[in-house]
Structure formats: C-alpha cells, structure tokens
Write a protein that binds this ligand. Sequence first.
Ligand SMILES: Cc1cc2nc3c(=O)[nH]c(=O)nc-3n(C[C@H](O)[C@H](O)[C@H](O)COP(=O)(O)OP(=O)(O)OC[C@H]3O[C@@H](n4cnc5c(N)ncnc54)[C@H](O)[C@@H]3O)c2cc1C
Length: 166
Amino acid sequence: MALGDPSLTVAYWSRDAAAYVDDHGRAVTRWSFSDEVDARMFRRAMVELARLQRAAGAKEIITFFQTQPPSWREGEDFDAFLAEIEAGSLEANDIAAFTAHQMGSCRMGSDPQAVVDTELRVHGISGLRVADASVMPTLIGGNTNAPTIMIGEKAADMIKAEMRAG
Ligand SMILES: Cc1cc2nc3c(=O)[nH]c(=O)nc-3n(C[C@H](O)[C@H](O)[C@H](O)COP(=O)(O)OP(=O)(O)OC[C@H]3O[C@@H](n4cnc5c(N)ncnc54)[C@H](O)[C@@H]3O)c2cc1C
C-alpha cells in the first residue's frame, strides 16, 4: 500500500510503516506485517490472550479487528472464535493495537489489601521483598521504566543499610 503524502510525519520506521498527520489534520498510522515471524507471533499472542481471558472467567471476549471484529460469548464455539482470530486481516488499519504499563499487583501500603510495606517487605513474610513495578500503589502519570529502576536501586540501598546495621 502506498504511503500517501503526509503533511507531518510523526514517526517513520520503514518503507511501509509510518505515523503521520494528513492534509485534513487526521492522524494516520500505517504499518505492515511484512515479516512472517512478526505476523505469526502477533496472531499467536491474540489466540493465547483469548485463552487466558477465558480461563480467567471472561463471559465475553472482543477483538480489535476493525471490520466485522470476531467476538465470543459464553456458550458459543470457542475454537471457531480462535480460528476467526487466526484468519483475521493484519493489513494496515484493519486491526488496532496498543500496549499497557502493567503495575500495582503487589502494591505498597498498610491496609489489608496491600502486599508490601514502605520498605518493600512482604507483609507477614520475613526475608522477602518485592522490588518492581508491581509495588506501585497507584497508576503513575508517566512512563514506568525509570521509576521501576529507581525502585530497584532504592531496594538495594535499603537491603545494604539493613545488612550494615547487622
Ligand atoms: C511494549 C512495551 C513498551 C514499553 N515502553 C516503555 C517506554 O517507552 N518507557 C517506559 O518508561 N516504560 C516502557 N514500558 C514499561 C517498562 O518496560 C516496564 O514498566 C518495566 O520493565 C517493568 O519492570 P518490572 O521489573 O516490573 O517487570 P519486567 O521488566 O517485566 O521484569 C520481570 C522479569 O521477571 C522475569 N520473570 C517473570 N516470571 C518469572 C518467573 N516465574 N521466574 C523467574 N523470572 C520471572 C521476566 O523474565 C522478567 O525478566 C514498556 C513496556 C512494554 C510491554
């Protein structure tokens, strides 16, 4: 597919992938799964994700295909749904994709739902600390990689201080 004539290019990764603003001020994203391994991995990930969601108790699963998106409800043929995912088009703008910054599954706090205390020690278990994005008590308002590295460094400092103190 031709790239068209972007008014403002935001990102340009390869001959057939780009994000730009067109002449009408609309955001346009184009990419291509020209790499067979990428396409296979992407389909496999969607299938495994659907399996995970079902195993976790989902009653309904939707997909991000843009034209007649396959979906599944409890009681319907799950294998047929997976086959539809496998067969879906990965052409540019036929499917939406996004990423997320997972965090907070072992959040810090003092309430009964909290997992670690303010020094990253797991409540009720001695000698065990958690030092990653999972201890963040709430969703942070920015990227997570640098704060996660900082949590790791802070944990190392606290452990060293504790060892020095004997
Ligand atoms: C696609 C994507 C893009 C991102 N882009 C950015 C960005 O641009 N800027 C930014 O700031 N952040 C970004 N992030 C977020 C950032 O990467 C994470 O917030 C950060 O890596 C979280 O660190 P973590 O140590 O909590 O988890 P991870 O980095 O996921 O580390 C967990 C580690 O535990 C290991 N592990 C898992 N289970 C086990 C097990 N049972 N036994 C032993 N080891 C195990 C894994 O192999 C892994 O090495 C992005 C994340 C993703 C997925």
